[in-house]
Design a protein around this ligand. Structure first.
Ligand SMILES: CC(C)(COP(=O)(O)OP(=O)(O)OC[C@H]1O[C@@H](n2cnc3c(N)ncnc32)[C@H](O)[C@@H]1OP(=O)(O)O)[C@@H](O)C(=O)NCCC(=O)NCCS
Length: 166
């Protein structure tokens, strides 16, 4: 399988919408607290146009036999105001179609995104949230050199009135 990674372009819109929808379905199947908000294809295209115009964002696609097999999307964002360095790279979405996994597409997408992020002055690291129950994603990011950092906790409001602990 030969994987070709390139910057996404507006004509990738329909294939990206399909892959993004698959990623959202994957995430909600991993943890039912993930409830995807309804987003129409038209709304997705409008958002994608804005993303393409943002200098601090980048999206790359992986092609196999001329077909979109995966994508990565992320950007440069500000760190908390009381913590240095001021900015870091973050990845919002990464997805590879199940039939194309474990053949280096995820690694190649991450490599392309990393080279793009490295062109930003003052940006030297990544930070991003990952679903705690997604063991595949955890193993992938570990293989890419990531380690746990700040943990995001979750609880229903009822946890605060003590009922859940009685
Ligand atoms: C995570 C994901 C992007 C990995 O894509 P991929 O193309 O299969 O990844 P690669 O083939 O480049 O894998 C690189 C290395 O990561 C590790 N790895 C990847 N997936 C793994 C898994 N399911 N279990 C264990 N290790 C894994 C391996 O070390 C692998 O190297 P190897 O195949 O030589 O052993 C893909 O499984 C996916 O789309 N999952 C669903 C969505 C998701 O979890 N996205 C990331 C969270 S934002």
């Amino acid at each position: 399988m030969t994987v070709r990674v390139r910057p996404a372009q507006p004509s990738d819109g329909p294939a990206l919408f399909a892959a993004w929808s698959n990623l959202r379905a994957h995430n909600s199947s991993i943890d039912r607290r993930i409830i995807p908000a309804p987003v129409s294809e038209q709304e997705f295209f409008e958002g994608l146009t804005e993303v393409f115009q943002r200098r601090a964002s980048a999206t790359f696609v992986a092609e196999v036999d001329g077909r979109l097999a995966g994508f990565i999307s992320g950007g440069i964002e500000a760190s908390q105001p009381d913590r240095l360095p001021e900015r870091h790279a973050t990845i919002g979405y990464l997805y590879v179609e199940p039939s194309c996994r474990r053949q280096g597409a995820g690694r190649d997408l991450f490599g392309a995104f990393t080279r793009w992020a490295a062109s930003y002055e003052g940006v030297a690291h990544f930070e991003m949230p990952v679903l705690a129950l997604d063991t595949g994603a955890e193993q992938f990011w570990k293989a890419m050199g990531f380690t746990p950092f700040i943990q995001r906790l979750w609880a229903p409001l009822s946890a605060g009135d003590g009922r859940d602990r009685e």
